[in-house]
Write a protein that binds this ligand. Structure first.
Ligand code: GTP
Ligand code: MG
Length: 225
């Protein structure tokens, strides 16, 4: 649907953007958001959209299980060796923001075993509106909310909604059934995000996935420039 514009320009290349051997490491994109908003489904859709043109891998985070990785394996979105699961054992945001060691190990292991990689998608466990990734773990973040969570979510703000590099409002196909006003969600999101991009997506209808994939390509182009 609509892809906002502006501030998705080149990310500064961080100090650790190269491996010890001097080659550029993969761009790492984090996907966070509330429980059940469609993070894993978005990861699956991105893998299908990008796997023919990019070398990519996925890290999933679950609190007690490997449920999300097992879903991606069942769906065969990537070869099994490109999907890695972190069991956080604690609040999901702890593992992506406070003690990122298990996730860093997972992304580095993937680079070592199946690299060189262009892109690694890191899915956070489902959390709340305050969850964000450490900049030491990912280079860009996507925050996924859904229309069934309430059309006031963009207005409520929080760092995911206001500062994520891309906001995805998923499950637009459900809007008529749950009484969510998409125009209002769009206006609120734009007001909260000061020009940062927003995509409305329905993985049932296939809407918006191409826009999210295009945004990832743009980040990757900036990363490799
Ligand atoms: N109707 C509809 N259902 C969707 C859409 N995207 C995802 N779902 C469904 O929503 C449910 C949750 O999707 P997931 O991708 O597992 O959500 P998640 O954010 O990864 O969930 P956690 O990792 O448990 O926080 C699944 O049953 C999906 O099939 C969509 O666009 N429309
Ligand atoms: Mg998930």
């Amino acid at each position: 649907m609509h892809l906002g514009h502006t501030h998705d320009g080149p990310a500064a290349v961080s100090a650790d953007a190269r491996r010890p051997d001097g080659t550029r490491r993969a761009l790492r994109v984090g996907l966070g958001g509330p429980v059940g908003s469609g993070k894993t489904a978005t990861v699956a859709a991105l893998c299908r959209a990008l796997r023919a043109e990019l070398s990519l891998a996925v890290v999933t985070n679950d609190i007690y299980t490997r449920e999300d990785a097992e879903f991606l394996l069942r769906e065969a979105v990537l070869p099994p060796e490109r999907i890695s699961a972190v069991e956080t054992g604690a609040c999901p945001h702890t593992a992506i923001r406070d003690d990122i060691s298990a996730n860093l190990e997972a992304v580095e292991d993937l680079e070592d075993t199946v690299g060189p990689l262009d892109l690694i998608l890191v899915e956070s466990g489902g959390d709340n509106l305050t969850a964000t990734f450490s900049k030491g773990l990912v280079d860009a973040q996507i925050f996924v909310i859904d229309v069934a969570g309430g059309d006031d979510i963009p207005r409520k703000g929080g760092p995911g909604v206001t500062t994520a590099d891309l906001l995805v409002v998923n499950k637009t196909d459900l809007a008529p059934y749950v009484g969510s006003d998409l125009a209002r969600m769009s206006a609120d999101a734009r007001e909260q995000r000061a020009g940062l991009p927003v995509v409305f997506q329905s993985l049932r209808g296939g809407d918006g996935v191409a826009d999210v994939a295009a945004w990832v390509r743009g980040r990757l182009a900036a990363w490799t420039a």
